[in-house]
Ligand binder design. Sequence first.
Ligand code: DAH
Length: 342
Amino acid sequence: MSLESFLSTLDELEQEALAAFDAASDAGALEESRVRFLGAKKGALKDVQKQMGGIDPSDRKAAGMRLNEFKSKVQAAFETSQSILGGGGEAGIDPSFDATLPGIQPNIGHIHPITQTINHLMEIMGRMGFEAAEGPEVEDPWHNFVALNIPEDHPARDPLDNFYLATASATSDRAIEGEQLLRSQTSTVQIRVMERRQPPIRVISLGRVYRPDDPDATHFPMFHQMEGLYVDEHVTMANLKTVLRVFATNYLGGDVQIRFRPSFFPFTEPSVEVDFLWNDQWIEFGGAGMVDPAVFEAVGYDPETVSGFAFGLGVERLCMRRHGITDIRDLYSGDLRFLRQF
Ligand code: DAH
């Protein structure tokens, strides 16, 4: 048999098969047509396969390719008819299915209000040239206390005010050396940045801190801080005040007034509490000051040549004021009715 007549036989057969599947009005008729064209024992496909043997060996490849194409086309046409007739079990289309009805809206979630706030704060500070820095949440006493000029006997190191971790870990494959704790402040990142870089430095660090406080409307054992650090030559408190005022104006809107109240932090000298005037009320948002010379010495900087300021603001407090949230616990309740509002 010549290749030409083999191919035309297949063409004809294909047309016939597609027409027969199309015309089948019920599952029984369709099955009959399937046996006729695709049947494994007798059908037309079997006959055609036999004819392959009579084809010139140099034409067999082309004939085989066409035969495969025939098989998959006819099989696909059969399956389509089968699903239209609903005879295909699982594959059949449920006659009550209406593709024009609205679908079920997938719940894709959205960004948590605190993460939104963090992104917003990074954007504002970024515009003033502050880059983001990070540090670990599990810290050692050097970064959380000692380098920050908080001595051994300082009350801030009290085990009742910190989450110290057990020193031996059964699950870790590496030995933990010395005391570790969940950091109680992001000031740790000041040290981490200065240890590996030289001035000028202009960084912020946004992250979680931990303190064993009982939860109430304004306290939660885990919360977030925005730490800022600016180190260069001739940095003054006027720079600090300007940066914080520009920040507050951008974040809270309007020309926010700012107030410094004298205070004390071991790592700044002088130290201040920072208040913003918000809705005719002075509200404390955090602490700040000029970096203490002892801190510069701890990281190997010369306090005679560099100066700097630092600040630490409460992220939840900023977020809550801006959005009128009155209870910090709402942020961490996981209650979607609350979270979906932001
Ligand atoms: N680390 C302080 C706290 O958690 C906040 C703070 C105060 C940060 C003064 C600073 C600073 O950088 O200069 O209460």
